[in-house]
Write a protein that binds this ligand. Sequence first.
Ligand code: SF4
Ligand code: SF4
Length: 250
Amino acid sequence: MNFKIFRRIIKGLVLLLSVYAILNFAPNKYFMLIVLASILFITLFLRTVFCGWICPMGTLFDLIRELGKKIGNLSVMRPINNPYKKWVKKNKSVLNKIDRYSRYFRYAFFLWILQSIFLGIASIKSEGERGIMSVLYVVITMLILGLLIEISWCKYICPVGAFLGLVSKLSPTRISRNEDACINCRICSKVCPMNIDVANKKFVKDIDCQTCLKCVDACPVDNALALKMKIPLLHGKKLQKKDSNPSKKT
Ligand code: SF4
Ligand code: SF4
């Protein structure tokens, strides 16, 4: 089953609804709490599906990246333009290191927001005009990065994604690779926007995974890659049954 079309429809609808809501509603704290609780609930069951399928910021940065491709095939990590290809090949290990370490920034940003909420030390509001200018610089930087790098917002900045990635560790759902069916073509690793080496894993449990299912869509083999839910208690019972069946014993 190809999820691409469903993903695009859901993302498009949520983006339109979000724009409508921003223009027409003034959300109160109860509304925000309900939204946050719903996102947490979804994450506990379906991992970071919010990031990969729902978040309007992710969709916005998908669109910005598409624009980047249109403007002279702009790209850093995934060159689609020959002159860049050589340069990226030459500097791949350095670029990968920058990519990997830059991702920690979103956890730092998340902690900064937490301390702002609970301790009120460094809120943007209290910094007045300087704070607004800082936000403006961040937005301009993110827009430029968004043109060059796929889902740069999600990778390097988003504090919500950082938090949900940690919560997703509790979820019983994960991408599962069937090693017997897999033909090791590595397409899944190549299409992953978070650069996760799916082809070398039995289960994708990474906190960076967005549960976008692009790897599942791209896999050319039926049943080699799928999103599966593994409930530990049920799994444990199944194992016990197997063990207690003498005909299965060797
Ligand atoms: S591993 Fe698959 S589901 Fe996770 S981010 Fe990569 S492509 Fe998306
Ligand atoms: S795309 Fe499918 S068949 Fe190819 S390496 Fe990944 S899981 Fe295996």
